[in-house]
Design a protein around this ligand. Sequence first.
Ligand code: DQA
Length: 146
Amino acid sequence: MKVLVLNGPNLNLLGVREPAHYGRETYRSLVGRIRRAARSLGMRAVCYQSNHEGALVDKIQSARLRFDGIIFNPGAYTHTSIALLDALKSVGLPCVEVHISKVEEREDFRKISYIRPACFASVIGHGTDGYLEALSLLKEHLEAVK
Ligand code: DQA
């Protein structure tokens, strides 16, 4: 099972960025943890981060024949991007939405997720551990639909 773990804008600044919302773990440390957790579940995780919406669309499109599923934290694009929703729908890969912070307890504009209709699950407000939960959810899902 090969999983693409996608992160959107400003998530490269994890560890520095608003620690009250996003914690102290750096993006680099998170990538290491995701890779190791994936391996221990018998999966392979490839991580990619971009601050650019079009680059994320390109990555989703290129995942179509290469990956079994996607774990996606689109950052602020969650609340604005029809293009990312369309990209996910176009490739049809199972996707888990992840948000590190408790988006539903923050500003009203963070309560809207454009990508949610293309995701079979969402992990919200569990800190960076949420990505590891998403890996397990994706594994269960892929085994169930096999
Ligand atoms: C986020 C929440 C978004 O509202 C915000 O713009 C982010 C990160 C999260 O992981 O909690 O960049 O997706």
